[in-house]
Write a protein that binds this ligand. Structure first.
Ligand code: LLP
Length: 407
């Protein structure tokens, strides 16, 4: 961690964003590396323990340059596909710092993960059995469990409840134990991830309680993995998780239990590390006045930022071209050929055609969930680091739409 942490920029300025838009064009994703480092420092300061490891949930944002920032700041990485794992290795992570938390995958991905020498969490009895048959106890492995806890900011991002596909239900402990005994499995990690946008530290404590009941059944355990899901604010008055409270309570729970006090505690934060580092800049194509609504059509759509349409997510918007304009009410829409709304009835400084609008909290699951729907180009990505900016992914070109097609 650099000594200059106190000088790190929490927010990019309007001037930074206007300059990036002018140089690289729009629509444009802009990330602030300093903010990622600052968020990591908040975590490591709060936990302040060498028994705690953070694995960045790279599914939030996998750009190689971002992965390099994460690696250099000393954070490990969690992956949700074998390709994410390969990207992490490509970015320079040591295999021992890469975790692959799988769900519902073909066994050959697990074999490949094993051959790469990375940590693996297995989430089904079926794959656990295949793993046992192939590797026995020769390769330590983690089990992803379903704790039967309902949590998270939206049903689509709640993963620990009784109807969730994720993990082996804790009720199936006996079956897990049978497989472990039969194949002499070396179970080194127990994992849960209850959901995303969790604002209440108590949810993690509930998870800890569930896992602690299981610990005595797995004598080779080295770690307990509590997943990610730390809520960050998306609106001015939005609650976020209290990391200091979380740290105090989780550390106390582990320390006060004879069976867990020597175990490592793992977390997999995605949004917490990269949500607030990201800005998505768009430009206004058209203003359409109708009897009830003033629509602002920007040069983008849910193909670039799907969260509002997919999770009803709120993203703060600002008109950086006219921040002091007279406020009015606007509905900001995209150009995709179906309902495509970024923000409903927002009170914003006057918006004019060609103005630049910025969506905040665009670092996590923004570019990463983008697509070429309607044969639109994916945006470019830019990284600000140590006071300088650089292009880290070029905007699509027409040839990219043809790439892979057999003609
Ligand atoms: N670990 C596991 C096993 C996960 O499945 C996830 C997210 C995380 C960690 C990181 O969660 P985070 O700290 O980012 O909340 N696209 C949705 C979020 C989906 C999260 C899926 N799993 C969104 O934009 O809200």
């Amino acid at each position: 961690m650099p000594d200059s942490i106190n000088e790190m920029t929490e927010q990019l300025t309007t001037e930074n964003l206007l300059e990036a838009a002018q140089i690289y064009g729009t629509p444009l994703y802009v990330y602030n590396a300093d903010r990622i480092k600052l968020q990591f420092k908040k975590l490591t300061d709060a936990f302040n323990s060498d028994k705690v490891r953070f694995f960045y949930a790279s599914k939030a944002l996998t750009n190689i340059s971002v992965l390099k920032v994460v690696n250099e700041m000393g954070c490990d990485v969690d992956c949700s596909s074998i390709n994410e794992a390969k990207l992490a290795l490509y970015a320079g992570f040591e295999p021992s710092k890469v975790l692959y938390t799988s769900n519902g995958i073909a066994f050959d991905e697990i074999e490949e993960a094993q051959s790469l020498g990375i940590h693996i969490n297995i989430d089904s009895l079926s794959n656990l059995e295949k793993f046992g048959k192939k590797f026995g106890g020769s390769y330590p492995v983690g089990i992803r469990l379903r704790p039967n806890i309902m949590a998270g900011g939206h049903i689509k991002i709640s993963t620990g409840h009784e109807k969730s596909k994720f993990g082996i239900p804790v009720d199936q402990l006996e079956k897990i134990k049978e497989l472990v005994e039969q194949h002499h499995l070396n179970i080194s990690n127990l994992h849960i991830h209850t959901g995303s946008d969790i604002k209440d530290a108590e949810v993690f404590l509930k998870g800890v309680e569930v896992l602690f009941d299981l610990v005595p059944h797995f004598p080779n355990l080295k770690s307990i993995d509590l997943g990610g899901g730390f809520k960050v604010p998306y609106k001015d008055d939005d609650p976020s998780i209290n990391i200091n409270e979380l740290a105090t309570k989780v550390l106390a729970a582990f320390a006060n239990n004879e069976a867990t006090k020597n175990l490592e505690i793992w977390f997999e934060p995605g949004k917490y590390l990269v949500s607030e580092c990201g800005y998505f800049i768009t430009q206004v194509n058209v203003i359409k006045e109708t009897p009830v609504t003033t629509f602002v059509s920007v040069n983008s759509g849910f193909n670039h930022l799907i969260r509002p349409m997919f999770y009803d997510a709120y993203h703060r918007v600002q008109n950086i071209s006219n921040p002091d304009g007279t406020p009015g009410e606007y509905t900001i829409v995209g150009n995709i050929c179906e309902t495509d709304t970024f923000a409903w009835d927002r009170n914003l400084p006057e918006i004019r055609e060609n103005d630049l609008l910025v969506f905040y909290n665009a670092g996590a699951y923004g570019f990463e969930m983008s697509s070429n729907y309607n044969s639109r180009f994916k945006p470019a990505e830019v990284l600000f680091e140590n006071g300088a900016h650089r292009l880290i992914r070029r905007r699509d070109e027409f040839e990219d739409l043809l790439k892979g097609q057999v003609i």
